[in-house]
Ligand binder design. Structure first.
Ligand code: ADE
Length: 225
């Protein structure tokens, strides 16, 4: 998978690229990320990327021309599957969408800032709009990083244990069951006996019951109620 990120703040993505699971995926060649500074596509001598909104009002609006030029340059290089705009009014990013998008080859992410982008960008250049939750962040960079982490960790060979993404919360429509590690007793708190029993069938049943109980309690809507 290749992800092109278009942003006014490229340095923010160093955190994503230089750490943990995403770093491992990039090193293994399973995924690649290129960060593009939108200012490099500005056309006037001031390198403007934003302007005042028509009709007045506070804040600045990101201009269509640099965005169009950047996306066009990327489309010349590769077959782009989706051009995604991160915005609070987009479709909510949930595990089924993450799973679906992790199958794609080439994705462009556009990070908004200020008051957002000229509406014509959304109408003519964007193929999918994604929100990471019903709250407003100061830009699309953190949501873009959330998106990259969520899809890249699903790519084959990224997680050490091949089954570990399958046992994530949400993957089977349930939250994950509780987990424990050594010591088996800590300050009087013990690990459920069944987990120490070595009986795989009983452990699997316990995990399922716990996952169900947790889902009923914390995310009943996943069960359709
Ligand atoms: N940009 C600002 N807030 C956002 C959010 N919640 N999701 C996606 N993009 C955003």
């Amino acid at each position: 998978m290749h992800i092109d990120i278009i942003t006014l703040f490229p340095e923010i993505f160093e955190i994503l690229i230089c750490h943990s699971i995403v770093k491992r995926a990039l090193e293994k060649g399973v995924a690649s990320i290129e960060v593009h500074n939108l200012r490099d596509y500005a056309t006037n001598r001031y390198k403007s990327v934003d302007d005042y909104p028509y009709g007045g009002g506070s804040g600045m609006v990101m201009m269509i021309e640099p965005i169009d030029r950047c996306i066009e340059a990327l489309r010349m290089k590769r077959n782009v599957d989706e051009v995604i705009y991160l915005t609070p009014d987009g479709e909510l990013l949930e595990q089924p969408m993450v799973n679906r998008l992790s199958m794609l080859e080439n994705i462009i992410l556009l990070c908004g800032h200020y008051k957002g982008v000229d509406e014509r960008v959304r109408e003519s250049l964007i193929t999918l709009e994604i929100s990471i939750g019903d709250y407003v962040l100061s830009g699309g960079e953190l949501p873009a990083m959330v998106f990259c982490d969520s899809v890249i960790r699903l790519l084959p060979g990224v997680l050490g244990d091949e089954t570990s993404a399958l046992s994530d919360s949400f993957q089977d429509g349930l939250l994950a069951p509780p987990v424990y590690t050594r010591p088996s007793t800590y300050k009087g708190m013990t690990v459920p006996d069944v987990l120490l029993s070595g009986n795989e069938k009983e452990i699997a049943r316990w995990n399922y019951e716990q996952a169900l109980e947790r889902t009923v309690k914390k995310r009943p809507r996943l069960l359709g109620s």
